[in-house]
Design a protein around this ligand. Sequence first.
Ligand code: ZN
Ligand code: ZN
Length: 406
Amino acid sequence: MSLLLRNALLLDVTTGEYTEGDLRCAEGRVAETGRGLSAPDGTRVIDVAGAHVVPGLIDAHVHVTASSADLGSLRSMSPSYVTAHSARIMGGMLDRGFTTVRDCSGADFGLADAQAEGLIRGPRLLFCGKGLSQTGGHSDFRGRGEQVHDEHPCCAGIGRVADGVDAVRVAARDELRKGAHHIKVMASGGVASPTDRIDSTQFSTEELRAAVEEAEAANRYVAAHAYTARAVNRALEAGVRSVEHGNLIDDTSVELFLRNDAYLVPTLVTYWALKEEGREFGLPERSWRKVDEVLEAGLVALERAARAGVRLVYGTDLLGGMHRHQSHEFRLRAEVQRPIDVLRAATTSAAELTGLTGEAGTLAVGAHADLLVLDGDPLEDIGVLAEPDKRVRHVVQAGVVVTSSP
Ligand code: ZN
Ligand code: ZN
C-alpha cells in the first residue's frame, strides 16, 4: 500500500518552515519527500494542489472510556457497553486529525490492541490502565455513604485505590505488567470526583516516589494529575515526568519543570466545556461548582509556563458528549501563544514526552505516515486546526487516507 501526495506545502514543525514538494508513504511510514517523486505501481496519487500538510496531531491527555462526565457511573456499566462508546469516541478523535493519543486513565491493552489490529477506527493509543489514587482521592468514586470498593480488574472505572508504599508499588507493577505506557497518579483533588477538594494534596511523598521508581525501573514514567502549586511541586520533586492540568502553578513550579526537564500538559478546553455543557452531560452539580476555581487560572498558568520556556504539551481531558470540542483547545491556547508553538505542543513536544520523537509528530522520512491535508495555513489562522470538520481535507494514518471531508 503506497500513497503519494503531490504539490504539497510540507511543514517542518521544528523550524516552522514549509517546503514545496511531494510526499510518498509506503508500509505505514513516510518513504520519501521531494519534488517530482515517481509513483510505483499500485500507488494512490492525490494532487493536493498546494495545500498545507502537517503531521498528524497528538493529544496527550484523553480518556477514551469516558462515555459519561459522571466518571463514577462507569463502574456500574458493562465493560462491553463502555467499549462501544470508546470506539465511537476514538473514531471522532481520528476524524479531528488526532492520529495518536495518550490515555490518562481508563483505557487498557484491549482497546490499544483493537486499534492496532484495525478492529476499531481510532488514534494509536498509549494507555496507562487505571490511574492510581489514594483512599478519598481523585479516582475514589465512592460517595460518602459507600464503603465497598469494586476493584474487579474488568470493571470500567478509570482508577484504582492504593494506600501505602507497598500497595502503590503493587498497583504500578500490575499496570506495567499489563503493558502500561506510563503510570498515572492522582496527586491532588480534582473536579470530577465526589469527596475530595481541588486544593488537597494526595499520596505521601514516599508513595509518589515509589510510583516513580517502579515506572523508571520499567523504563516508563509517571504522569501526575495536580492543580495547585503545592501539589504540583511535590509531584515534580518526587520525579514525575508530566504534570496534568497544573492550573495553579507558581514560580517554584516553573523552576522545577525546567530543572527536571518535566512537561506541563494543560487541559483548558475541559473547563471551558464543563462550564458550558457539563451538567447536560452528567457532571454532578457539586463537581460543576468546582470548575470556576480552575478555569481562569489555567490560561494564566499556561502563559507563565510558556514565557519561562517550560515544555508544553497538548491535552484536552474531555468527558462524555463534550469530546467534540477536542480541537477548541487550539483556539484557547492561541490566546496566549503563537500558532506554531501550539502546534508544537500537539506534535514534536507531545512526541518527546511520549518517547515517539522521530516516529510521530513529524513528516520526516521514516516516521509513521500520519498527516493532515489542510484547507489553509494553521500558522496564519489557528481556526484551520480548531475547526477540523471544515478545514481538514484528509486525515492520513499509517499511510492510508482514513477521513476525507465531503
Ligand atoms: Zn486529572
Ligand atoms: Zn484526565
